[in-house]
Design a protein around this ligand. Sequence first.
Ligand code: APR
Length: 255
Amino acid sequence: MTGFDLRILRDARHVLVFTGAGVSARSGIPTFRDALGGLWSRYDPASLATADAFRQDPALVWGWYQWRRAQVLAARPNPAHLAIAELARRVPRLTLVTQNVDDLHERAGSQEVIHLHGSLHAPRCFACARAYAGSDAEPARVEEGERIEPPRCLRCNGRIRPGVVWFGEALPERPWREALAAARACDLLLVVGTSGLVMPAAQLPQVARQNGAKVVHVNLDAEPADGATTFTLAGDAAEILPRLLLQMADDQAGP
Ligand code: APR
């Protein structure tokens, strides 16, 4: 771990872990912007990840999210998710904020995961916003690009939409408030597997830094780092995070 002093993690009082699609990559869930498999290299976000797209073609949009949900249900948490869940047991306080709409953090054992961009597993009515728990929202086998008519709300007969935050939509208030509070309170921010391009979520590292926290980026790509308050651990989160935990254990085991 070039230039990163493990004591920063070992002595942290409140760690904020902020994750993006890269943390689920090793679980086989495509990221959005990676050159090869990124979803946005194959699909235009405006044609799938907006309320207008859903109004224009609800079956295409609902089918696409059902395809993504089926992928998540077939996936398993990877060592990066497991390491973050384990880290919460090793430091005095850990807050986990994710941009991901999968439930792999929860399935790895993380508690109270703050989802800034919603969840694939929380469909709701597009008209009245009532949560929808109908079994017809559970994806069976879904082909990529398959059109599926969304179910209808039992209360108002509106179309059921994915429970994710679309481009142009506001973040859910409480998760965003909690994430900002954690960014202001933490003394160490671990940014794992995000391109940091989508606002306002991408503000969190700046808020943390302004409040005196140290920031460690874990990403395939090396991020700019001053080696004093910001550090970069370039590589696969599914390898880097478990190694960090092992080093913490060795360190705490002492000579
Ligand atoms: N380990 C660590 N980092 C990785 C790995 C990995 N195995 N694989 C990919 N990455 C990094 C990439 O280098 C990239 O920086 O993860 C990041 C993925 O970036 P994006 O695909 O842009 O995903 P994300 O940052 O989560 O996107 C943010 O954009 O489209 C919206 O709502 C969507 O929540 C999403 C938001």
